[in-house]
Design a protein around this ligand. Sequence first.
Ligand SMILES: [Zn+2]
Ligand SMILES: [Zn+2]
Length: 117
Amino acid sequence: MSRTLRIIHDDRESFFCRRCGSPVPPSIAGGRNRNHCPNCLSSLHLDIVAGDRRSPCKGLMRPIAVWAKPDGEWSVLHHCERCGIIRATRIAADDDEGALLKLALKPIARLPFPLET
Ligand SMILES: [Zn+2]
Ligand SMILES: [Zn+2]
């Protein structure tokens, strides 16, 4: 397998979420990454290589799916509205559980085929 999904780590900066306006604090104790909004799970496309802040894109990255890894850890897949890149980001301890559940259940709520009864 040649393609890997990069996980972005950053806990140096805080910012205001461009989508919902919530303050996004630097990572809390126990959390290793803080690069997305704990309220709406959106992120910004800031990095070329994780943590380098060198991407010229700066697009809004919307959460599109939850990825459950074999070890049970959840990541959120973010899709950049501007350039289209998709990245995986480990969830944080203070991420909104309702928002995570809603994201995870989205495909179930919109089945592309009829359910047999
Ligand atoms: Zn937000
Ligand atoms: Zn982008």
